[in-house]
Design a binder for this molecule. Sequence first.
Ligand code: AMP
Ligand code: MG
Length: 466
Amino acid sequence: MALPWQAEEAPDPRLLVLNEPLAAELGMDPGFLRGSEGLLLLIGNLVPSGATPVAQAYAGHQFGGFAPRLGDGRALLLGEIVDADGHLRDVHLKGSGRTPFARGGDGLAAVGPMLREYIVSEAMHALGIPTTRSLAVVATGRPVRRETQLPGAVLTRVASSHLRVGSFQYARATGDLNLLRRLADHAITRHYAGAAEAEHPYLALFQGVIAAQASLVAQWMLVGFVHGVMNTDNMTISGETIDYGPCAFMEAFDPATVYSSIDEGGRYAYGNQPVMAEWNLTRLAEALLPLFHDEQEQAVAFAVESLGAFRRQYSAAWSAGMRAKLGLHDGLGDDVTSPLVDELLTLLQEGQVDYTSFFRSLGMAVRGHAEPVRGLFVDPAAFDAWAERWRGFGPDADMMDRVNPVYIPRNHLVEEALAAATGGDLDPLERLLDAVTAPCDERPGLERYAAAAPEGFGAYRTFCGT
Ligand code: AMP
Ligand code: MG
């Protein structure tokens, strides 16, 4: 399921950004990584002895249609290392040249999209959301041809693994049950060690993935994150967010929010993400079916029963998260908070209120400054009535400030940072990273990082496969 391969040589590598805290977690010396040898290591042009970079095979449902052979077309797994906590981590490259899975692609990546993955993945990590991490972005000195010619780059990505739903679909499609079993055993060892002791280990593996994804997608929803391309090849077994392509954070609350230019039907719209996660998990069940039971009927019954947990787990995670965002204590039952939340979301949608600003300024209202949150509504009367009921439950402002971010990677700020970096100015990128990597810690001087996009920014569009 993996082919040994080499990264293309970069003519003029130049470090654009290095994640020093992550380097330290991995036991790597940032000073070394910044040097000429370290730079070559970061882009796979210098391979440590004993390591064999590989391109991994996987399949996937893309926008609902099955593609039996995708794989790392422009990516390589450099190897695995044991981090400071004793956990195995994949070190992986994106934009490192064509591989046997490249099909029509050039195997390359441009500076902008690689920095975008760096910014958004590190912002997600800082928000406490499971995600692949970004160790570095190195400009290659090689131009990349897109609509225009752009500077090329390699992203060095770190993940607890790159096992995807699509990896299992690939193994299943080969018809080799031994391969499928070995892959499942590997996933259990790596991510769900407890499943090995279960009565039905492969079913326990599946249930583990369901629980991890239910929790993950609930966390996306709570911060207003739109992944944009939830194909089964972009869904991990570990429960980490992966593949930041056309992703973006929603501003005005609207479940129909879509940013990806190719998602015309709104398949991966904000409000559809839980349903799409469940759909993807059903595809995982199909791939794993022969491991659940020898008799297909029993295997299907096991799968269906396990899948039933997704909605319950997702709803529980979402409700608990929403309670915390509203500063309400666990003692309040869903029968009390559900109508309160539903009414609030209707108000936010009707008023096209900025989702992130709303929750943060709602916390200020508890402290006696109600004007900022009221000012987000054109007609605050309905909000006032809602707020009076909510205040009756005694919300805790400190609790709200711990979970409601001030700074998210807002689309206009990301674009500003990427455009400047593409032109050689890294200052806006560094300032944005500084804001979004301490998202709940409000700091004077960073007001423009907390504000919604200016009117003139218009409807935002993102692009895949960049
Ligand atoms: P994505 O939509 O980015 O998850 O990618 C889907 C598939 O297309 C994966 O198999 C990628 O490796 C492949 N791919 C995307 N961009 C390129 C490219 N520029 N060159 C080669 N393969 C690519
Ligand atoms: Mg992908």
